[in-house]
Write a protein that binds this ligand. Structure first.
Ligand code: SF4
Length: 386
């Protein structure tokens, strides 16, 4: 593959492999807890998967319904195509409301949108005790009621967010459920598979009220590349993810290389599926190949996303759509013809090294050299003494 990102990825991986790695995971623990909490955990996972897929399959209609319901409750929605669009709109709101200090509750989405960087770079500052203006990421929007499902780390956080005069919520266009009754399943699944605990986090269902004049609720709905993923019917299932990170915990590759080589907010198996479509295929296509296809991620996922299969589907998509480097394809073909020929592999070492050099990829010839005898020759020597 071409691209400096691929090289950086490899060198970051090599660096990461230097440390000690604990390949134990809490997959079994989560599944044991899930079996204690639910009479039939596989059935619950299926119900959860069906809800998330049903939302995604009619996302346009569902989002419009939510928009109508949220607005009729007195909330205001800003639709944002990407993070630039979001930051411009956020800046306008903060200036209009004369806000100088912001209480930001950090999340994956706030990092994806660069809110931390935006605050540092502009004339705003953080105030983690203020309830003048909070920026918060709900876990889900609820379509039928126009409400937001909020997950808190503490009662203090809950008080700050719910008591804030200006509530700015950021939510991805994919993070929705249909009805409040569905929350129970998801809050249990999330606490079990994200933290291995058998009771839900501190949560609240927030519905703006037109009668409440003392507070403003603004919701920024963020696309930021997700509609590109939705267009691909093979991999759109990845957007039903509830960000529990259980797949990271069981991925043997992620456990070794960690976050750093990804150089992105998205890391681990989900990133391998999503980034070539959300960002761009050229810089992220190598991620489809940093997978051992062990299937652990698919097995653990609480919403039954076949993550491992989606990574393989990505590879096919990249080849079918000629997004792979043609030079790589030729190299792979030439090398496999070479190593699959017993006659060529049994040739003298200098002849094999020379042949390798003639393959149109200098990196391979520089990094790999043949041993004096092939494995087959060593085996014959050992067995028959010739
Ligand atoms: S894909 Fe991974 S992070 Fe997303 S819900 Fe499944 S296990 Fe959790």
């Amino acid at each position: 593959m071409n691209g400096s990102d691929y090289k950086n990825f490899l060198s970051a991986c090599k660096k990461a492999i230097g440390g000690e790695v604990n390949l134990q995971s809490h997959q079994d623990d989560s599944d044991v807890i899930a079996s204690e909490v639910f009479r039939n955990k596989e059935y619950v996972k299926k119900v959860a998967a069906d809800i998330r897929n049903k939302f995604l399959n009619s996302i346009d209609y569902n989002l419009i319904t939510f928009d109508k319901n949220f607005a009729s409750n007195g909330g205001v929605i800003n639709w944002c195509i990407d993070y630039n669009d979001f930051l411009v709109k956020l800046d306008k709101v903060l200036q209009y409301k004369k806000i100088k200090k912001v209480n930001l509750f950090s999340s994956y989405l706030s990092k994806e949108l660069g809110i931390e960087r935006f605050i540092d770079k502009n004339e705003y500052s953080y105030d983690s005790e203020s309830n003048d203006c909070v920026i918060f990421t709900p876990q889900f929007g609820i379509v039928s009621t126009g409400s937001l499902f909020l997950n808190f780390n503490s009662a203090y956080d809950m008080q700050l967010v719910l008591g804030s005069k200006l509530k700015i919520f950021v939510l991805s266009i994919c993070d929705f459920l249909f009805k409040p009754e569905e929350i129970e399943i998801f809050s249990h699944l999330y606490s079990i598979y994200s933290s291995g605990i058998n009771f839900p986090y501190l949560t609240s269902l927030y519905t703006p009220s037109p009668a409440d004049q003392s507070t403003d609720a603004l919701l920024f709905l963020i696309d930021n590349g997700r509609s590109n993923v939705i267009e691909n019917s093979d991999i759109r299932k990845i957007l039903t993810c509830i960000s529990c990170d259980a797949c990271k915990d069981v991925c043997p590759i992620y456990k070794v290389i960690g976050d750093e080589p990804y150089n992105n907010v998205f890391t681990g198996p989900v990133a391998n599926v999503i980034l070539p479509f959300m960002e761009n295929a050229e810089n992220y296509k190598h991620l489809c190949f940093s997978c051992s296809s062990c299937g652990n991620c698919s097995a653990v996922c609480p919403v039954k996303i076949p993550v491992s299969e989606l990574i393989i589907a990505n590879r096919k998509y990249l080849f079918d759509n000629k997004l792979m480097d043609i030079k790589d394809e030729r190299t792979v073909n030439s090398v496999s013809k070479f190593v699959n020929s017993r006659k060529k592999m049994s040739a003298k070492r200098w002849a094999k090294n020379l042949r390798l050099k003639s393959i149109n990829n200098s990196r391979i010839a520089e990094e790999y050299k043949f041993e004096k005898s092939s494995f087959n020759q060593q085996y014959i020597q050992m067995k028959y003494g010739k």
